[in-house]
Design a binder for this molecule. Structure first.
Ligand code: ATP
Length: 229
């Protein structure tokens, strides 16, 4: 009994934790499926959602960081494997992923395997991120892609292609063997949903129902968001 308890504590500590950052302007079912499928495919202990406060790589979000956080909280509340980290939302500093991971390392220590979740589109631009090479000292990176369309290394910028080839892990089980440094890829159900599309629909007063959770739509409607995109 005691051995079982100790083992289960040990297992919990060694289960990789998924880190899912995004603008979530607004959060939608594409994000939720990415999180859900990555838990199963990568054997993650859970996912920490981190809405960007002030995303540096893109246009200013259409609604406040607090509103984007509120929508992420609503969409994830019923899943015990999801947690939401409000730290980036609470600071005015640019939300650089490398800073977020350094903060998580201070909080969680150096042993916990961390797995940064990104879509293939986001990964293709990784070499433009602030201190991007340092990310691999802090976390693994898991890249989701369309079924049947694995990452095309030749299409990546040279420096990123080299890093991809040297860090690619053959098996997702290897994520458990080290706290950081590897790259895995996994195919996920394609949902061609984007926040851009949803904002466009809402701006034209068209239905966005079934593209995102009703709880989020209710929030958008009750706060009159995205009406003037
Ligand atoms: P926007 O349309 O405003 O650019 P978005 O829908 O792409 O937003 P983000 O918050 O920018 O959403 O994305 C956060 C992460 O979610 C990124 O890694 C992105 O690749 C991934 N992602 C976004 N939409 C999908 C989707 N439909 N399926 C899988 N992953 C997605």
């Amino acid at each position: 009994m005691l051995a079982t308890a100790i083992f289960s504590v040990f297992r919990k500590l060694s289960e990789p934790l998924g880190i899912f950052g995004g603008t979530f302007d607004p959060v939608h079912y594409g994000h939720l499926r990415l999180a859900e499928e990555s838990i199963e495919r990568l054997a993650l202990g859970g996912i920490r959602w981190i809405p960007a406060g002030n995303p540096p790589h893109r246009d200013t979000p259409q609604v406040t960081a607090a509103q984007r956080l509120a929508m992420v909280l609503r969409s994830t509340a019923d899943n015990p494997r999801f947690s939401v980290d409000a730290s980036e939302v609470e600071t005015a500093a640019p939300s650089y992923t490398v800073h977020t991971l350094e903060r998580l390392r201070r909080e969680l220590g150096n042993e916990q395997p961390l797995v940064l979740l990104v879509g293939a589109d986001a990964f293709a631009g990784l070499a433009g991120w602030h201190r991007w090479r340092d990310i691999f000292a802090l976390a693994h990176v898991a890249v989701s892609h369309r079924p049947g369309f694995p990452i095309d290394v030749a299409a990546l910028p040279d420096a990123l292609g080299e890093v991809f080839s040297s860090r690619h892990l053959a098996q997702v089980a290897d994520l458990k063997a080290a706290p950081a440094g590897g790259i895995v890829t996994f195919a996920m159900t394609q949902l061609a949903i984007s926040a851009t599309q949803i904002r466009g629909l809402l701006a034209k007063a068209q239905s966005a129902r079934y593209l995102l959770p009703d709880t989020v739509l209710d929030y958008i409607s009750s706060h009159s968001l995205y009406r003037n995109s």
